[in-house]
Write a protein that binds this ligand. Structure first.
Ligand code: TMP
Ligand code: ASP
Length: 238
């Protein structure tokens, strides 16, 4: 496979075209931002840890019957993925109250949410990812009613698989963000599942092992991501 020009460079990943129009290369970088890009930094090996965590979780989900855009790893930080049409909706699944949920609503921090709460944001830097509902998604033409139903069902199945897997590795999953894409008339999981897009808490201590370490200056980001990689990716070299 030949890596061609960059198609798009986001805050933490760059997407490259390849000589196969059906495939893209997603490169995980060491840079990161928070609060709509207002806070910026880099952390050593962050791209590596996130790429390997995403790889492992995509493989796990594929084994559980969830279709994803994952194809293979080209290197430790470069993932080959299917070229899908990204649906401009960020799907957030919440199992424990944290983050913006406790800022905006009277949930107690750490309160268990059973059944999980599913929220939708419009994926738009211009509008700062505002929260939407099915009616807005339909009116904006972001997805069809059938697609929204399918996305909801997939997000909840993904949540069950991840919660169980992570629990066995002494990690809680308070919340996470998913993106989906269209591939040959089907909906598949896209983007990444990593310490940038999930909250991971140590089951015993409740310590944050994710991007909250950077958002709220809670310690060393690389150490937190390394610890998640160690627990999630069997045999990873750290
Ligand atoms: P929030 O509590 O800040 O709304 O975040 C909910 C989850 O979504 C959390 O696990 C982090 C993830 N997330 C992203 O992946 N991208 C974002 O831009 C934001 C704001 C949150
Ligand atoms: N990813 C978003 C940003 O870079 C927000 C966040 O994750 O907190 O601004």
């Amino acid at each position: 496979m030949i890596k061609l020009d960059a198609l798009y460079s986001g805050k933490a990943k760059t997407i490259f075209k390849t000589d196969n129009p059906q495939k893209l290369i997603m490169e995980f970088r060491d840079s990161l931002t928070a609060f709509d890009g207002k806070k910026k930094s880099t952390a050593p090996k962050k791209g590596y840890y996130n790429a390997r965590i995403s790889e492992e979780l995509f493989r796990l989900l594929e084994e559980g019957g969830i279709k994803t855009h994952f194809d293979s790893m080209l290197s430790d930080t470069e993932m080959v993925v299917d070229a899908v049409e990204i649906i401009k909706i960020e799907v957030i699944v919440r199992n424990i109250a944290a983050g913006s949920l406790i800022r905006k609503y009277p949930f107690k921090p750490g309160q268990k949410l059973d059944p999980p709460i599913l929220l939708l944001d419009y994926k738009s830097d211009e509008y700062s990812d505002p929260m939407i509902n099915d009616d807005i998604a339909l009116a904006l033409g972001l997805a069809t009613r059938e697609e929204l139903l399918k996305i909801r069902e997939l997000a909840l199945r993904i949540n069950s698989i991840l919660v169980e897997y992570l629990n066995d590795r002494d990690l809680l999953l308070p919340d996470f963000k998913l993106e989906f894409g269209r591939r040959n008339g089907d909906i598949v999981l896209a983007d990444e599942i990593s310490c940038d897009t999930c909250r991971f808490w140590d089951k015993m201590t409740g310590e944050s092992l994710d991007k909250d370490v950077f958002r709220y200056d809670k310690g060393d980001l690389a150490s937190a991501y390394r610890e998640v990689a160690r627990r999630i990716v069997p045999g990873i070299s750290l």
